[in-house]
Design a binder for this molecule. Structure first.
Ligand SMILES: C[S@@+](CC[C@H](N)C(=O)[O-])C[C@H]1O[C@@H](n2cnc3c(N)ncnc32)[C@H](O)[C@@H]1O
Length: 209
């Protein structure tokens, strides 16, 4: 794999997504994680410190990038909860049906190759009353921002190693057979500096419809 995607990008991402506003969102996102938990697109493991050992029995994480997995190694060693790291992709989760109480995606649906297939897999591996927790940057509501998001996505896919600025991820979750309890996050907060207007955040909890 390339030097940029496997070494430079994981280093950059660790810094960009370590912003205090994002870290606060990570904490809020996984406060609701309980029991057997799966996190898809674990990256360098920036959300790991916020899982509550009193509520989480075991955390299983899936991440396809070797560079990300290398960066995650130190955090895995200091995990507050029992943890298993599995190389792989969200489109083909190597787990049986109904295995998890909670599935987490944090800034991951923007980057997967086939978001519909990932959401179908999330639904499959969740227990019937399980919850899907997600924090994603999404397509803006304002048409002029949408135009910029669509214009810049081809560049962002290169710079951000597959990241799309124009995915309506909350809508896609709803359309994949989930009932959603959206918890919108104020998009004016400078979570990504000047890019904030192009990366409005949505945090949500969803259960199988
Ligand atoms: C923007 S990063 C976010 C990383 C991490 N979730 C975080 O919040 O810091 C997107 C992550 O999704 C991973 N990813 C890309 N395609 C994926 C796929 N098909 N299945 C699972 N993860 C994927 C990338 O390797 C990367 O680690």
């Amino acid at each position: 794999m390339g030097l940029y995607s496997e070494t430079i990008f994981p280093w950059l991402l660790d810094r960009a997504l370590g912003h205090p506003n994002i870290m606060a969102r990570r904490r809020a996102l996984v406060a609701g994680a309980t029991g057997e938990v799966l996190e898809i697109g674990f990256g360098s493991g920036a959300t790991l410190p916020f899982y509550d050992p009193a509520r989480v029995t075991r955390l299983t994480v899936v991440e396809p990038s070797e560079g990300m997995n290398r960066r995650a190694a130190a955090r895995l060693a200091a995990s507050p909860v029992p943890i298993t790291s599995v190389p792989g992709a969200g489109e083909r989760l190597p787990f049986g049906d109904g295995r998890f109480d909670t599935v987490v995606c944090c800034l991951t649906l923007c980057s997967v190759s086939d978001v519909g297939q990932v959401l179908a897999e999330v639904r499959r591996v969740l227990k019937p009353q399980g919850r899907f927790l997600f924090l994603e940057h999404v397509l803006a509501e304002d048409p002029s921002r949408q135009r910029w998001q669509r214009r810049l996505t081809p560049i962002q896919k290169v710079v951000g190693v597959g990241c799309h600025l124009d995915r309506p991820s909350a809508e896609l979750v709803r359309g994949a057979g989930f009932v959603l309890e959206p918890m919108p996050v104020a998009e004016e907060e400078p979570a990504f500096g000047g890019l904030a207007k192009l990366t409005p955040l949505v945090m949500g909890a969803a259960i199988r419809a």
